[in-house]
Design a protein around this ligand. Structure first.
Ligand code: KG4
Length: 364
């Protein structure tokens, strides 16, 4: 079945067409460069840009997929978590499409999209999606750093999560301290590749406290700020210094992520066998992080799954289409006469149903 999906949860206007779990098109209009001078997302600017671009992105996704509306079986949209005013734009357009074409609507949790992004397939290369569940799901993005137990698709338990910044947010802030712009994760990675991660001493967060199953980046961030400020007092930061600072920060941030994830998975494995780890979210695009996750997974005898394309890591609508496909199969759809019950849910939780969903029964 073909699903047209929309995600406007943050600063990307994203629309995709998927056929079951196969991506037919995945169009992303990023506003990131417009927010650079604020060093973060400016809400009313984000809303305005989504409104300006969304119809064009929808048209482009339909054209790229070579799929006329008459062949679409459902509309899917992210209703949360995310920035309220941004979510609203996608929801309004999704409802309009559902009414115009008399199609059911599937409301999707953005984080569930990230968890399932590694199940997306391309029409050229099919994947074996017959995974055994339970599995683990790790989402490392700008808004979330969470490890889940995926009991089955649609049923998630939080195993570990951040108590302050998300990993992507911490990398962005470190990049900003180094004058690398926003969002800075990818530039920081480039700098870190050429740097020496042992040159500066930065602390590994919560070392020895992995059993608390918490991710935390605030201490590391403060240490980085102090270090950077003291280096700046000596004069403008040279490229070599920036590379070494970037390498040190990234190394400690990843070290902490791996330690907690490794502890949580291996502890769980003592009682129950779990064979798969699904990874999603923008920071997953980082080559060094994927290398470390592969190594950890090998040692834990778990198979790790990453999205097949870079465009599936950061915010995109194809992952929403994949999540929507499974929800559709479970009958979790909203018919035209109930569209009013769907509203944005900026603080939506993955382990809780949406407000309007409380009466649904999972049938898969
Ligand atoms: O998944 P995403 O678009 O955001 C949320 O859904 O929250 O991820 C964006 C985050 C940003 O923090 C960005 O700096 C980071 O992903 N990111 C990276 C890389 N590419 C994007 N971080 C590290 N290395 C990268 N290559």
């Amino acid at each position: 079945m073909n699903i047209l999906s929309i995600d406007t949860s943050c600063d990307e206007t994203a629309v995709a067409v998927t056929n079951d779990t196969t991506v037919l098109s995945n169009v992303i209009w990023s506003q990131a460069s417009l927010h650079t001078k604020w060093g973060g997302i400016h809400p009313s600017l984000a809303q305005r840009e989504h409104e300006k671009k969304i119809e064009w992105v929808i048209k482009r996704a339909m054209t790229n997929a070579k799929c006329p509306m008459a062949n679409v079986s459902a509309i899917a949209v992210t209703v949360g978590p995310g920035l309220a005013v941004s979510l609203q734009v996608g929801i309004t357009h999704a409802k309009k499409l559902a009414i115009d074409w008399q199609l059911p609507l599937v409301a999707v949790n953005h984080v569930e999209g990230h968890i399932l992004s590694s199940l997306a397939e391309s029409s050229k290369s099919k994947r074996n999606n017959n995974l055994s569940f339970p599995a683990f799901g790790l989402v490392v993005s700008g808004g979330t750093t969470q490890l889940f137990l995926v009991e089955k698709i649609g049923k998630y338990k939080i195993v570990a999560q951040t108590t302050d910044d998300a990993l992507g947010e911490a990398l962005d802030k470190a990049a900003r301290m180094l004058g690398l712009g926003y969002p800075g994760g990818a530039v920081l990675e480039k700098m870190a590749k050429k740097g020496n991660s042992d040159f500066y001493e930065l602390p590994i967060p919560m070392l020895g406290r992995e059993r608390e199953r918490r991710f935390s980046y605030s201490g590391l961030k403060t240490a980085m700020w102090r270090l950077t400020e003291s280096e700046k007092q000596k004069g403008a930061l040279s490229k070599t210094k920036i590379q070494n600072l970037a390498a040190s920060f990234q190394d400690k941030a990843f070290n902490h992520l791996i330690r907690v994830t490794d502890y949580a998975i291996s502890n769980h494995q003592k009682k129950y066998e779990v064979k798969n780890l699904l990874v999603g979210g923008g920071v997953g695009a980082n080559v060094e992080l994927r290398k470390r996750l592969r190594k950890m997974a090998r040692e834990l005898k778990v198979k790790v799954h990453f999205p097949y394309s870079k465009k599936l890591y950061t915010d995109n609508a194809a992952m929403i289409g994949v999540a929507a496909y499974f929800k559709f199969r479970r009958g979790e759809v909203v018919s035209n006469d109930k569209l009013d019950s769907i509203d944005r849910e900026p603080r939506a939780k993955i382990d809780k149903p949406f407000g309007f969903e409380k009466g649904f029964k999972n049938s898969l």
